[in-house]
Design a protein around this ligand. Sequence first.
Ligand SMILES: [Zn+2]
Length: 217
Amino acid sequence: MDSLFKGVIDFHNNEYKKHSKLFKKIAEEQNPHTLFIGCSDSRVVPSLITKTLPGELFVVRNIANLAPPYRNVSEFLATTSAIEYAVNILNVENIVVCGHSGCGGCRALYMNDDDLKNIPHTKKWLELAENAKKIVSDLTLTAGGKKRFAGKEIELLTERENIKEQIKHLHSYPYIQSRLKNGEIKIYGWHYIIETGEVYNYSSEKNIYEKIDEAAV
Ligand SMILES: [Zn+2]
């Protein structure tokens, strides 16, 4: 815990001082350009991998970077509320669904009931990614019923299909649909590779993930 307290002091003495003008400017109001839907994983740091400053990203993080499909219910909906607020109040121009390598949430899709017995809410939550697993299992089997992919490949495919699934869910929100139609919002699917620091962007036209590099901007 000491290191957290020390971090706060260090932040105030250094980063805060460096950007003090910005902090004063954004103190009253935020105007983020992007809703970033990422995994809660401690290794995924949205502002670090996008080199953004406070005020730029409206972030919602949950296990396996999931966006539930639109539904009109009277419950406590954390992710849905964040999406609603970002789009309808903050008028973000972009939504990024960012998955990552080695995602424990995606891995848990392949665990049995016994492995998941202490995390019933996580198990339920991950039903939102179940279709990604189904797609990967179809991709994995060849005509002869033999497996084409194994281990790490299945993990990566699941993470990437999951991002596409969550983008599909976002398309079910009526207010996102209308903004997409009017060209007021764009949706991106990213896959962040922890060990290399690379981010791959999903191209829906080509149905592939392309590395974001100098040539892509
Ligand atoms: Zn994750």
